[in-house]
Design a protein around this ligand. Structure first.
Ligand SMILES: C[S@@+](CC[C@H](N)C(=O)[O-])C[C@H]1O[C@@H](n2cnc3c(N)ncnc32)[C@H](O)[C@@H]1O
Length: 493
């Protein structure tokens, strides 16, 4: 019964730019109501590259970069100035907790059990052996979910600004847990559609989301949260195909064809394999897609962050290139085997449910608002966020040893936020030529018009630094590049 309408839709999609569902009845042996035809076609709209509106008028959707002019970017950035879990998501998560643990989940014995689990999960997480029985999913939602949800949108914002987000996109949420990445993506696209609609810009999108998860209980939570969210979204201009989660370990899961974005958010550290071998798991999942962007996110702590870079370098050896955050400034591969670098977009507002469980006794143990994470975005087409190749007038960071005590010019990416304080600003620098850590050190009393832009340089952005004084920090086996009144800092973007 469904094959005839589907084959006809395939034919119409390939031969016309537009048609209505009622028109299809002219050619079908058995007549259908428009809404029934829509229900038959809905799971296939993404594959057919079709967008069907509320009046059942379907048009062929051309895949093109999402419109990202300056005013749209500014509006979107404004939304991220005070990051928080959106109210509908907060409500959804709280209802889920309430349905699972009862109305009084934040009081008495139930709250005590949840609190103990939050603490236990944190401890286990750092040891890389988290487990997710139902109560653990509740503590995950209460403690980790809000920050992970919000931080992913900064990566989406960046991809949007770089023109990588398009009108037809497919995502694979690998190790999906409760659906953090899926929900974050849906909310981001909803925010963007809100901006387009306020500006009377008609942008139609066709989105497919797949997921892989090994724990049944997490899949149950994923299903419930994502389907409830979708049922409440006003999807006027976005067609969403949300496929059933694949219940399998990522090491063995059947791979999906032609995925545009494959996201491993806080997952690789949980795999049994050591960091270089995790690259094989990622590569297998990506192998059936033409040119996916692989996004790997890990916590910012020393062990997980360094492990991510090892996996990243192993993926480069397998033919991936780094889109961001690293730039190979001298056009050579990264020679660093010991890199600790993370992005810190700031703090989110405390969600109501987190405040409830925090209670009044040692609330800080249950409050988690600090967005701080390590990430890598990898591609296969050679595209990089910044295209820059240094020429001879700069000293490579690998050669600093020869210049200790001298003033030199260097060019490097800024690979941290301020690691110092308000009296002395310290930023990690990297040009991909050395494993020895290098820092730009700017004492507040040396800030001038010529060097102050260092303070504004975004994570991963490239700066040329002229006339900086090289100092060796023997205790920490690192170099400090002193930025003084006579130093000029020129951001390149
Ligand atoms: C820390 S949670 C991250 C969830 C979500 N991606 C996020 O960022 O919030 C890790 C998730 O990965 C899942 N996971 C761990 N190892 C896995 C594997 N080998 N295959 C599939 N899923 C896995 C866990 O069950 C859990 O749901």
């Amino acid at each position: 019964m469904t094959t005839e309408p589907l084959s006809l839709a395939k034919y119409l999609a390939s031969s016309r730019t537009e048609f209505t569902l009622s028109e299809m009845n002219l050619y079908l042996s058995q007549k259908h109501e428009e809404k029934d035809l829509y229900a038959i076609l809905k799971p296939h709209l993404y594959d057919l590259s079709l967008f069907c509106d509320a009046n059942y008028r379907c048009q062929k959707l051309i895949n093109r970069p999402l419109l990202a002019d300056e005013t749209i970017i500014r509006e979107l950035e404004n939304l991220f100035k005070s990051p928080r879990l959106p109210a509908p998501i907060e409500k959804l998560v709280e209802s889920y907790i309430e349905n699972s643990c009862g109305k009084d989940w934040h009081r008495g014995g139930t709250a005590q059990v949840i609190r103990e689990n939050i603490v236990k999960q944190k401890e286990e997480y750092w040891k890389g052996k988290s487990q997710y029985p139902k109560i653990r999913m509740i503590s995950y939602l209460l403690y980790h979910f809000p920050v992970y949800f919000c931080q992913f949108q900064y990566l989406l914002l960046d991809l949007f600004k770089c023109g990588l987000l398009t009108t037809r996109m497919s995502f694979l949420d690998a190790g999906a847990g409760p659906g953090t990445i899926t929900l974050s993506t849906l909310d981001f696209l909803d925010k963007l559609q809100g901006i387009y609609s306020r500006k009377n810009i008609d942008v139609k999108m066709n989105i497919r989301i797949d997921s892989i998860e090994k724990e049944q209980e997490n899949i149950d939570c994923y299903r419930e949260l994502t389907s409830l969210y979708l049922s409440k979204m006003a999807l006027l201009n976005t067609n969403i195909t949300l496929n059933e989660p694949v219940h399998a370990p990522v090491e063995k899961a059947k791979t999906r064809k032609d995925v545009d974005f494959i996201i491993f958010s806080n997952v690789l550290a949980e795999l049994r394999s050591p960091p270089p071998e995790r690259a094989g798991v990622v590569e297998r999942i990506a192998s059936t897609s033409k040119n996916p962007a692989v996004i790997i996110i890990e916590p910012a702590d020393l062990v997980n962050s360094k492990a991510l870079r090892i996996t990243q370098n192993a993926l480069v050896k397998k033919g991936f290139n780094i889109f961001s955050p690293c730039t190979l400034i001298w056009g050579l591969g990264c020679s660093c085997s010991d890199c600790w670098s993370f992005y810190e977009p700031g703090n989110i507002q405390v969600p109501g449910f987190m405040r409830k469980i925090a209670g009044t006794r040692e609330p800080y143990r249950y409050l988690n608002t600090d967005m701080k994470f390590s990430f890598a975005i990898l591609k296969k087409d050679g595209k990089t966020k910044y295209s820059y190749e240094a020429k001879g007038k700069f000293v490579r960071l690998a050669n600093l040893e020869k210049h200790i005590g001298k003033r030199i010019n260097i060019v490097a990416s800024v690979m941290s936020g301020n690691l110092g304080d308000e009296k002395t600003f310290v930023f990690k620098l990297c040009d991909a030529t050395t494993s020895k850590p290098c820092y730009a050190v700017l004492p507040a009393f040396h800030i001038t018009e010529q060097n102050k832009l260092l303070l504004k340089a975004g994570y991963g952005s490239i700066v040329e630094i002229f006339n900086t004084l090289v100092r060796e920090n023997k205790e920490f086996s690192s170099y400090n590049l002193l930025i003084t009144r006579n130093t000029t800092v020129m951001p390149l973007q």
